[in-house]
Design a protein. Structure first.
Length: 101
């Protein structure tokens, strides 16, 4: 079995960094999803795809995968670039688009 270890990115609906500090281990799917002919629901016989484990550190997640004999790949998180902004820049004379209010 293969697993993927990563730190989740923040969702588009949140401005803070909640739920992005922990590392996640997810199993990669082994079977393709299929549609149920009667109801049209998608499903698969792979129950391991439903498991999502969280760890405090990357080392803990890697140790768990090594102990279980899992092959894994680690995706390092991308660093966030924060551009400092000042409220006074809205009223600057050199502003490209004039203030509309």
């Amino acid at each position: 079995m293969r697993a993927r270890i990563y730190r989740p990115a923040k969702t588009a609906m949140q401005s803070g960094q909640a739920k992005t500090e922990k590392w996640v281990l997810e199993y990669e799917p082994t079977k393709r999803q299929s549609l149920d002919p009667l109801m049209g629901w998608s499903g698969a016989g792979d129950t391991m795809a439903q498991i999502r484990l969280t760890f405090d550190t990357l080392e803990d997640a890697m140790a768990y995968a090594d102990k279980g004999g899992l092959k894994y790949s680690v995706q390092q998180p991308k660093s966030r670039i924060i551009k400092p902004k000042a409220y006074a820049a809205n009223f600057s004379v050199s502003r490209k688009v004039p203030w509309s209010h």
